[in-house]
Ligand binder design. Sequence first.
Ligand code: SF4
Ligand code: SF4
Length: 300
Amino acid sequence: MSDYQPLRPTKGPLGKLLAPVAGFGVTLGSMFRPTVTEQYPFEKVPTPRRYHGRHQLNRYADGLEKCIGCELCAWACPADAIYVEGADNADVLAETGGGQVSPGERYGRVYQINYLRCIFCGLCVEACPTRALTMSNDYELAGPTRAGMIYEKQDLLAPPAEGTLATPHPMVEGTTDTDYYQGSVTAPTAEQVDWVREHRPDDPTLEAATAVVQGSRPAPQPTVHTLRPPATKATATREAARGGHAGDRTTDAPGGPLSAALDAPGSTARARATVGPRLAAGSAREGSTETGSTHEGGAR
Ligand code: SF4
Ligand code: SF4
């Protein structure tokens, strides 16, 4: 005879009688709960702040691109979804008579992400040394063709924020690429505007950048990538309750949700020690045009 002893108590006579229909209890209980059907695509529910969506290539506050074509993102990608070809800014300097695409020696001439391969792991964002690559909250990536799912640089590059200059143009005088990385450049300068006016008088970004230089409009604000506007009042309310789609997925302004969580009684000393400095760093970078997810839209 077996000495097996069940851990769960055995059912009594009433339990045995109702056992065949017990499963319907879940069904009956669910019938009286409010429906949770999402009315997509008419209502777009906001994603979590750190959602991994479409990638974005970011710019500095004067409009120069952050990508230096180093290919580290491509090497880090486990799905072999990224293809990068770098090129020399010296060639652009010679061609344009002084303009360049990014600060420093190199820029990303070709940049492709194959979204049929990408698993949205974010390792490419972790690998990027300049915070050029971040991920947005955009999840609507379906397409009718395979070729159309290979996003090119022009699909991924953030457009110049209002008040910044389109590339190519010179770096801010007297700065290095390190100054750019450290956030010392917060707006285009008069020399850069003059250069663009001389070489591309019809450039559409000139007017707003000129106003910034003249002080008649504020310096460019960081671009925040968001989903399309909510379709209904209900989704707008939910989005507001969640704090909206902040572009920065890893940093948070003082008083923001992350700061509040750290200040909460349950927050551990370790969390405050590890996340606190990143909060401070994020506040210092507020002049940046990164988004990305919404991100300084980066999964970092
Ligand atoms: S998110 Fe992951 S899979 Fe997609 S491109 Fe980046 S590293 Fe590759
Ligand atoms: S996105 Fe970042 S890691 Fe990738 S090539 Fe550009 S600078 Fe290098």
